[in-house]
Design a protein around this ligand. Structure first.
Ligand code: ADP
Ligand code: MG
Length: 722
């Protein structure tokens, strides 16, 4: 159902498919029929005009509202205003004065120097630019400018090299603004041009921006009105004031998201019925007897949380987040068997056929002597086999179903479904979970991920789920020794690998690409496979695995590796998640600098699954400092959470946990890592608000309600709140 709250909050003509969220613009005072001034074209703001409007469009600015929400990238402090008589070397200062000399000259072959001299009535200061001949053209004699930078006493006068220049228009003739907002620009659009345009937009239209924050929250958290906040963002008296203004909009953005998630959480849990699945002492013992090991304390904590959830008549919505190798499968098996013991069906979904089959084999081992009727639903089934399988599921001749997400979602009808376990969820966002849920009755849900997601981010990506974290690894696990090695050591490393292979171990060789044509600089899996087969690993069996292979071929290769028919598996990062071959203890990673930290961590997780210490060798010649830092950190720590946080910091949370992964659209203002306190506030406030007014029916929540529906109604299926 479409929301009835149509409004013109989206400003520009951007289609929703691009995922770009446009500015938050009110339909003036809730009267949709009167167009908000924020929707006026930016072209008609004084100082824009048709030509400049084209440039603004390149920055994504089309309306007055877009101008208002075009936030500075950073600020520059100009408040340290000095006269030339008061200047001191080495600190950031600003001097204002009149242009008394403009000069450009060649100082040596191919090198030129531009010099502009300001006189402030007390003395002169020279600004100099090297190799920027165009710098001279922007200015004229008699113009009032300010230079900001660190001055130096040069021979007989003050000099600043590459000062930040601000043209003081009449309004500012007395003083430059104390803080300069620095906007992202585009070619042919200069800062001195954009700044006054945005200032004018603020003067004209900031008062029309709708304030959907409930006043109680605004008071408690101390946020200003949108108009005040926008003034602070674009014309701050201090950098702190600018940042405080921005925080309001970050909080607002987080609040919308968290309210949406809280509403959804309520819809999925509090308003639905699920079967009560009771785990008696006897059931518990029967399940535990199947494992060849004792569960770790962390696994037991997870099991206890799950048992509590299952006993309730509200559907469990739990995210189990465990570092690689921490033993999620055992916890999943426990939950599945608990459901089956209660005479309900249970299903385990894996992201790939390879992983589905691996789970099938694990379960077959655990259940060798049990009467649990189980079925593997793969793409390999023929049409007839599949029809038979579906009939068995429908007629409750099967208790336990294992398959890929795609297969289980398609057309499977369960007789009596009690539990759904989704493995390696990180590849599937909120969207996909929403679809899985519509299979019929309301089962309990357990979602598992091996991606160590920083907590604040997990709260956002999976904010509608309860979170359990397993950090502890099973006992006896040996740490993987990781070495970053040079090309010169390659032969020696191969010798080490050969010697381990002769002792019966297995090895992975990971390459970033499938074939050479994708990038000539990088060694591909195919080439590496051929080279190793003919050269260094001649005496061994080698397999090749990559994403372009047919599912059947992939499975055969994985099966052979698992059965030790292959000694070495050359692979792309498709083995990244979930694959469990404890005898494989060695990994070589080619071009390691081409992988992200979290990905390297997942890869390395493949060789830390047994009781024999793994060895991981990284080849790679990073071209950037950042990549070098990444590899160094990776050799030092094996903690997934540290690595994930560092990864998010280095690459930006947005890139790592971007729209594609969580399916919630890009955040426009907030940053999940650096704004985590605001995210926490928003979450607390959203939960309290929805608890107190679940349908957002109170008059003071009307605007908020509309904003939530507009932003997330479709994505999160919230058309009817309340
Ligand atoms: P992941 O969380 O990465 O999916 P798995 O469930 O595949 O991890 O478990 C990794 C390995 O640890 C498996 O080989 C499994 O048999 C073993 N394992 C799991 N739990 C325990 C335990 N409590 N004690 C000993 N080994 C365990
Ligand atoms: Mg797993």
């Amino acid at each position: 159902m479409r929301s009835t709250f149509e409004s013109n909050r989206n400003v520009s003509s951007e289609t929703p498919a691009t995922g770009k969220q446009t500015s938050q613009v009110a339909s003036s005072g809730g009267r949709p029929e009167s167009r908000s001034p924020l929707l006026d074209s930016a072209q008609f703001v004084k100082g824009v005009g048709p030509a400049r409007f084209e440039l603004l469009k390149k920055l994504g600015i089309e309306t007055v509202g877009d101008l208002l929400f075009y936030f500075p990238r950073t600020y520059e402090n100009l408040s340290n205003l000095r006269s030339t008589a008061q200047l001191r070397e080495g600190e950031m200062q600003t001097v204002r004065g009149e242009v008394v000399a403009i000069e450009g000259r060649e100082i040596s072959r191919g090198r030129c120097l531009v010099s502009i001299v300001l006189d402030d009535g007390h003395g002169c200061i020279e600004g100099v630019w090297f190799n920027q001949p165009f710098a001279a053209r922007k200015f004229r004699y008699g113009q009032l400018l300010s230079f900001s930078g660190k001055p130096k006493w040069y021979r007989d006068h003050w000099q600043m090299s590459n000062p930040r220049v601000h043209i003081l228009d009449d309004a500012q003739a007395e003083q430059p603004p104390p803080v300069l907002p620095i906007y992202r620009l585009t070619e042919n659009l200069r800062a001195e041009q954009l700044q006054p345009i945005i200032r004018r937009a603020v003067e004209q239209a900031a008062r029309y921006v709708e304030d959907f924050l409930p006043s109680e929250l605004k008071r408690r958290r101390g946020f200003p009105s949108p108009e005040q906040a926008l003034r602070a963002v674009h014309m701050p008296a201090s950098i702190e004031e600018g940042q405080a203004g921005r925080r309001r909009f970050v909080y607002e953005e987080f609040l919308l998201l968290q309210v949406a998630l809280a509403v959804r959480r309520r819809e999925l849990r509090d308003r639905r019925q699920a079967p009560r699945l009771v785990v008696t002492k006897e059931i518990d013992q029967r399940i535990r007897r199947l494992f060849p090991f004792e569960l770790t304390a962390d696994q037991n904590r997870a099991v206890a949380a799950i048992c509590r959830d299952l006993q309730s008549d509200r559907p469990m919505q739990r995210l189990l987040q465990a570092d690689v190798g921490a033993g999620k499968t055992a916890v999943a098996v426990y939950a599945l068997l608990a459901a089956v013991a209660n005479k309900y069906q249970a299903v385990l979904m894996a992201p790939t056929e390879v992983l589905a089959r691996q789970h099938w084999q694990t379960l077959s081992r655990y259940l060798a002597h049990s009467r649990v009727r189980r079925l593997l639903l793969t793409g390999a089934l023929s049409g007839r086999e599949r029809r038979t399988a579906l009939a068995e599921i429908r007629n409750f001749q099967v208790d336990l179903v294992i398959g890929t997400q795609a297969l289980v979602q398609q057309d499977v009808q369960f007789a009596q479904l009690g539990l759904v376990v989704i493995d390696e969820q990180h590849k599937f966002g909120v969207h996909q979970r929403a679809r899985i849920r519509k299979m019929g009755v309301d089962p309990h849900y357990l979602v598992m991920t091996a991606t160590p997601i920083p907590r604040t981010i997990a709260l956002t990506m999976f904010g509608d789920l309860d979170l359990t974290v397993i950090k502890q690894l099973p006992p006896g696990r040996q740490p993987v020794r990781t070495k970053w090695v040079s090309e010169a050591q390659r032969e020696q490393i191969y010798e080490q690998v050969r010697s381990a292979l002769r002792q019966g171990r297995q090895a992975y060789v990971i390459c970033p690409l499938v074939n050479e044509s994708e990038n000539l600089e990088l060694k591909s899996a195919e080439t590496t496979f051929r080279e190793l087969q003919q050269g260094p690993f001649r005496e061994f069996e080698i397999g090749l695995l990559h994403g372009r292979l047919d599912d059947k071929v992939k499975e055969t290769v994985m099966d052979r590796f698992r059965r030790r028919e292959l000694d070495v598996l050359v692979s792309t990062s498709v083995v990244e998640v979930g694959v469990d071959v404890p005898n494989a203890t060695i990994m070589l990673i080619e071009h390691a600098d081409h992988f992200g930290l979290s990905q390297l961590h997942q890869l390395r997780g493949r060789i830390s699954r047994g009781t024999i210490a793994g060895q991981c060798f990284l080849f790679g010649e990073p071209t950037s400092d950042e990549a070098r830092q990444r590899l160094k950190l990776f050799t030092r720590t094996s903690d997934g959470f540290t690595l994930a946080e560092e990864d998010a910091r280095l690459r930006g949370a947005g890139e790592l946990f971007g729209a594609r992964q969580h399916g919630l659209g890009e955040l426009r203002f907030g940053d999940l890592l650096s704004d985590s306190i605001l995210l926490q506030w928003a979450r607390e406030d959203a939960l309290a608000l929805v608890r107190d007014d679940p349908g957002l029916r109170k008059p003071e929540h009307a605007l908020l309600r509309r904003a939530v529906i507009e932003r997330y109604g479709q994505t999160l299926d919230l058309a009817e709140i309340g």
